[in-house]
Design a protein around this ligand. Sequence first.
Ligand code: AMP
Length: 220
Amino acid sequence: MTARVVVLLGPPGAGKGTQASRLSVELGLPHVSTGDLFRENLAQGTELGRRAKAFMDSGRLVPDELVLEMLFDRVARPDCAEGYLLDGFPRTLPQAQALEQRLEASGASIQVLDLAVPDAALVDRLTGRRTCSGCGNVHHVRYAPSRVAGRCDKCGGELKQRSDDTPEVVEKRLAVYRQQTQPLEGWYRSRGVLHDVDGDRAPAQVFESLKRAASEGAAT
Ligand code: AMP
């Protein structure tokens, strides 16, 4: 059986993490988020986490060679043998090319689901986001407030603002996205694997569209 790789593309705040968690269950593919992998490394105080920290804190991209080594290590694990769902990768052309080479070598298929959300909504979503320091669950001060202020609904853990969700860093992350990641839309479109999804709707509606796009483009 050929492995199936699904990529969730879209700017920071487009809902990739939230949607990927659900889509991963729906498609039966492990959710692989490079941002989460970096944050785990940071929390564990690894050398990789230490090297990535300054880039993450300032809203810049971590250099490709660090990202690629970490990602390819992760997807070499047995749970990814039949495929995986990528969230936050690729973010640069060299990353996309490295992934393409790897997938070509193994004959795996790729689908890219591209979430579009206007900039104003992205800033609002990101700066109001509060993430649980215990389980990673995400709340929003206005759109998804927790029942008890400052505490996660799922596990009761402390809710914190990610250090890169402050207004200044969010502006930088969006600029970096436009410059370095958005060109991937055209690159994947020319390969016939890009599906456009309107991400500026209620999460349940976006999820339905993602499911449909994933089933339309699935290799037979
Ligand atoms: P995310 O949680 O996906 O928004 O990622 C948080 C931060 O981790 C980004 O702002 C980057 O600094 C870094 N990062 C995550 N994925 C990548 C990637 N594919 N390439 C470069 N840097 C990344």
